[in-house]
Ligand binder design. Structure first.
Ligand code: HSE
Length: 432
C-alpha cells in the first residue's frame, strides 16, 4: 500500500522534502510507502536541482488539493494567499495537511482547525516553528502531562545571527544586516524578521499549544532589533548580560490560566542563562513546566534539510495513523488541535519585568539623585546605577531596575525625559 502526497511548492523546503521522500533508504521503513503524486509550482520552466518526472509537475495547485488520489497535501508555498485558501480547500476535500506556514496558522488557525476538526483531518505544523527542531510534537505529546508555566524562545535565526555578529565583531546593525543579506541569512526585505513579526507568529503558535487556548497574533506585544546598538551590547556585556531577541509567553497566575503574557522583544539575559549562549542562526526554545522543570530544545531553525526533516516527520505521523487505522473517523487528541477558548493577553503595561536604561545627562551635581527620586516616585527600585563615562560633555549613565510593573517604569521614564539635566534616553531594554 502506498500513500500519496501532493506537494505545493518546490522552493527551499519543498525541494528538501522531495529529496527525503525520493531517497528513503536508511531512513524509517514507512518512507518507502510514501509517494509524491503531484507537485504544484508557479513555473514549469524554472531550472531546478531536484529532478522529478515531468508528468508529476503542474501549475494547477487547485487540482492537487482536490485530487482524489492524494492523501496528504503538503503546503510549502508560504505567504497568506493562496496558501490559506488552498489549505481550506484541501481540508474540504478530506485531505490531511502538513504545512510550514507560521503566518497562515498564526492568523487563520481558528478557521483552519475548526474546518479540520469538522472534516476529521489533521493539520500538522512541526516545521512552522524552529525549523528542524522538534518542539510542536513534544508540546502536544511528550510534555502533555505538565502544567506549562513559561516558554522563552530564540525562534528567529536571522535576528540571532545579526545580534551575534554585532556582539562578536562590534559591527553596527546596518552593516551586519547588509552582510547577512549577502550571505543569504536575511531576506532582501528583512522586515518580517528584524521587526520581530516572524517571532510573534511563532510564539503565537507555541503559546496556543502550550496553554491550550487560541490567541490573536495582533495581541502579541512585538518589538524588533533595529534599535539595539553596539553600545548597548558592550554595556550589557560589561554588566554580565547578552542581548537576545526573545519570544516569551507565560501564565503569571495559575489560578487565572486564561490570562497570559505574550511578547517579543530584545532582552538582556544573564550570560549564564541557557539561551545566552545560543549563537548565529540557531534557534532554541526553553520550556518550563510543572513537574518537569526546565527543558530546552536547540537546533537549526531554518534551512532546506532541517525544515524538511520536520515536514516529513509530520507526513509520517499521518501516514502511520492511516496505515494502522484506515480512515480517521475520530482524530487522535494528541495530534489534533481542539481548543476553543481565547486567551486574554495581559496588556504590556501590566507585565512585570526588569529594565535596562541608558541615559545621556548633563555633567552636573545631583543628576543621579534626580533619576533616583523620579524612579522612587513610581515605585521603581534600582538594582544598579553605573556612570559609564562621557560622550563629549554628556555623562552616560546606565541603570538596571529590579522587577517593576511596566506601566510604572514608563511613567518614571516620561518624567525623567522632561528633567533639565537629561539630554536623551538612547535605549530602554527589558532584562530577563
Ligand atoms: N526567517 C526565519 C528565521 C526562518 O530567520 O528564523 C523561517 O522561519
Amino acid at each position: 500500500m502506498t500513500f500519496k502526497i501532493g506537494l505545493l511548492g518546490l522552493g527551499t523546503v519543498g525541494s528538501g522534502t522531495a529529496e527525503i521522500l525520493l531517497d528513503p533508504s536508511g531512513r524509517h521503513p514507512l518512507l518507502q510507502e510514501i509517494e509524491i503524486e503531484r507537485v504544484g509550482v508557479r513555473s514549469l520552466s524554472k531550472p531546478r536541482t531536484i529532478k522529478l518526472p515531468q508528468e508529476v509537475m503542474t501549475t494547477d495547485l487547485e487540482a492537487i488539493v482536490t485530487d482524489p488520489e492524494i492523501d496528504v497535501v503538503v503546503e510549502l508555498i508560504g505567504g497568506l494567499e493562496p496558501a490559506r485558501s488552498l489549505i481550506l480547500k484541501a481540508i474540504a476535500a478530506g485531505k490531511h495537511v502538513v504545512t510550514a506556514n507560521k503566518a497562515v496558522i498564526a492568523r487563520y488557525g481558528d478557521e483552519i482547525y475548526t474546518a479540520a476538526n469538522q472534516a476529521k483531518v489533521y493539520v500538522l505544523l512541526e516545521a512552522a516553528v524552529g525549523g528542524g527542531i522538534p518542539v510542536i510534537e513534544p508540546l502536544k505529546q511528550s510534555l502533555g502531562a505538565n502544567r506549562i508555566q513559561r516558554i522563552i524562545g530564540i525562534v528567529n535565526g536571522t535576528t540571532n545571527y545579526i545580534l551575534t555578529q554585532m556582539s562578536a565583531a562590534g559591527t553596527d546593525f546596518d552593516r551586519v544586516l547588509a552582510e547577512a543579506q549577502k550571505l543569504g541569512y536575511a531576506e532582501a526585505d528583512p522586515t518580517t524578521d528584524v521587526d520581530g513579526l516572524d517571532a510573534a507568529d511563532k510564539i503565537t503558535i507555541l503559546t496556543s499549544l502550550a496553554f491550550g487556548r487560541r490567541l490573536k497574533v495582533e495581541d502579541v506585544h512585538c518589538e524588533g532589533i533595529r534599535q539595539v546598538s553596539t553600545a548597548d551590547i558592550n554595556y550589557a556585556q560589561r554588566l554580565g548580560f547578552a542581548i537576545k531577541l526573545l519570544a516569551i509567553s507565560q501564565c503569571p497566575n495559575k489560578e487565572e490560566p486564561e490570562k497570559l503574557q505574550v511578547r517579543v522583544h530584545p532582552t538582556l539575559v544573564s550570560q549564564d542563562f541557557p539561551l545566552a549562549s545560543i549563537n548565529g542562526v540557531y534557534n532554541a526554545i526553553l520550556i518550563e513546566g510543572e513537574p518537569i522543570g526546565q527543558v530546552m530544545f536547540f537546533g537549526p531553525g531554518a534551512g532546506s534539510g532541517p525544515t524538511a526533516s520536520a515536514v516529513v516527520s509530520d507526513i509520517m505521523n499521518i501516514v502511520g495513523i492511516l496505515k494502522s487505522s484506515g480512515k480517521t473517523e475520530t482524530l487522535d487528541p494528541l495530534l489534533s488541535c481542539s481548543h476553543q477558548d481565547y486567551a486574554t493577553v495581559i496588556p504590556i503595561e501590566e507585565s512585570v519585568t526588569r529594565f535596562y536604561g541608558r541615559f545621556l545627562t548633563k555633567d552636573i551635581p545631583g543628576v543621579i539623585g534626580h533619576l533616583g527620586t523620579c524612579f522612587g516616585k513610581y515605585n521603581v527600585s534600582l538594582e544598579s546605577v553605573v556612570q559609564i563615562g562621557f560622550i563629549g560633555d554628556l555623562a552616560e549613565i546606565v541603570v538596571v531596575t529590579h522587577d517593576v510593573r511596566e506601566g510604572n517604569f514608563r511613567q518614571a521614564i516620561e518624567e525623567i525625559s522632561n528633567l533639565d539635566a537629561i539630554d536623551s534616553i538612547p535605549s530602554i531594554i527589558r532584562v530577563l
